[in-house]
Design a protein around this ligand. Structure first.
Ligand code: GAL
Length: 428
């Protein structure tokens, strides 16, 4: 394993223990009795459209072929990055009404939230019987484990730090694909002067997504990792400079961003209505679903300043404590972890397999390049998509971000980020 990543993972594992010890919500009580049959399984996610539902459908076909007698209940709640779905899930878990299995991000979202609250079951037996320890990347196991227990089945690896661009618009305006923040700002100045919308942005979580990539691109991977382990001082001038870059990037965005979904914003680029969009590579699944052609309708690069770094996240599925259809849920998890399931799901979803043995030729040009980068780049984790911060820390950052979007005050924003790390993160 990459040494830097290993160090980060070790620190995250320690941090997760600390975070689990303080402030963990109370465990949800398991319903007293299980349903008598395993005739259905309720799977909860936020994959309802734009490339995402198609991926889930493809995996569901594999599940149905293996389990013709089990009805698949697709309990997806719309809203990118799970902003709505996770609120609904939290309410259900509080009420002792868990879906059998749900989508959770590997990392702090899983360990600091569901494991800390004893809401999901360890899956070590399944890992053993399915031989998954041999085929899942060792990188991922610490992010889904606590005290020797493995808690979820990763279905994919997504990349967060992708700069999508419209090749025709860049070419027509003599703009090269930027590799640094300054090149990016210069490119966006040129495009703006030519009357082209430089940056397409959507609702608030997409702004947090942009923020994490600008922090990475401005600070570099070591200092970015340090933000989540307590080694990088959130009050440092380097973080101030990164936030200034972020504030500047926002000035190039469309004014109606608050009312756009990630799909709306990404679509502006492939339709030629905006030059750049920063979004995870689920956008590629969407572009394909729209019938767009790689390198013609859209191009891609690492977000400015983050070349050679893969900012990752991983979707995984869990087994609820008190799952009403436990056996069927286990059957579902077997499909989610299988080669066949992952090979059906990922090429459509716009992600690469979590498994290391998928057939590369099933994937398009972008995803093949992502596989190469995943294998060779420095790997860091995503904030918005659950890897580096648990839910309470992420919520505090999100609140601070909402205020910053409204008032534009960098000093107040930075102070709130410092306070968030002290109250919910590892900064003491
Ligand atoms: C992420 C999730 C991705 C994709 C994205 C947009 O949090 O990991 O699979 O669904 O949200 O909805």
């Amino acid at each position: 394993m990459n040494k830097k990543l290993f160090a980060l993972l070790s620190l995250l594992a320690i941090a997760s223990l600390a975070l689990a010890a303080c402030g963990a919500p109370a465990a949800t009580e398991a319903p007293a009795e299980e349903a008598p049959t395993a005739s259905q399984v309720e799977v909860f996610s936020w994959w309802t459209g734009g490339g995402e539902a198609a991926g889930l459908d493809a995996m569901q076909v594999v599940f149905k072929a293996a389990n013709p007698d089990i009805e698949f209940i697709n309990a997806a709640v719309a809203g990118g990055a799970g902003t709505n779905a996770r609120a609904v899930l939290a309410t259900r878990l509080q009420a002792g009404d868990p879906p059998d299995s749900w989508q959770g991000h590997a990392g702090q979202e899983l360990i600091g939230t569901y494991v800390a609250a004893s809401q999901i079951e360890p899956l070590n037996d399944l890992y053993e019987s399915e031989g998954w320890l041999e085929v899942m990347p060792e990188t991922l196991i610490p992010l889904i484990s606590q005290d020797g227990n493995i808690y979820s089945v990763p279905v994919n690896i997504h990349r967060a730090n992708v700069l999508w661009y419209n090749p025709g618009l860049l070419e027509a305006n003599g703009v090269e694909v930027p590799t640094t923040m300054d090149e990016w700002f210069a490119a966006m100045d040129t495009l703006k002067a030519a009357g082209v919308q430089p940056l397409a942005l959507g609702e608030q979580w997409t702004k947090m997504h942009l923020l994490e990539t600008v922090l990475l691109g401005s600070l570099g991977p070591d200092a970015y990792n340090g933000l989540w382990t307590g080694e990088t001082d959130w009050s440092s001038p380097e973080v101030t400079a990164a936030l200034e870059n972020y504030a500047k990037a926002l000035t190039y965005a469309n004014e109606d961003s608050a009312s756009l979904s990630w799909q709306d914003a990404a679509q502006l680029v492939v339709n030629g209505d905006a030059a750049f969009n920063v979004m995870g590579d689920w956008a590629e699944g969407y572009f394909r679903e729209l019938g767009k052609t790689p390198n013609t309708d859209y191009g891609w690069a690492a977000t400015p300043g983050s070349g050679g770094v893969f900012q990752f996240l991983s979707d995984s599925f869990v087994l609820a404590v008190g799952a009403p259809h436990r056996d069927a849920a286990i059957a579902w998890l077997k499909t989610a972890g299988s080669k066949e399931g992952q090979e059906a799901f990922n090429p459509v979803k716009g992600s690469i397999c979590a498994r290391t043995d998928c057939d590369k030729s099933l994937f398009g040009e972008y995803l093949q390049s992502a596989m190469e980068d995943w294998a060779t780049n420095t790997v860091v984790g995503s904030l918005t998509h659950g890897v580096v911060a648990n839910d309470s820390w992420k919520t505090e950052i999100d609140t601070a971000l909402g205020l910053f979007i409204a008032d534009g005050n960098i000093e107040t924003f930075q102070s709130a980020l410092v306070a968030a790390c002290a109250s919910s993160g590892p900064c003491k």
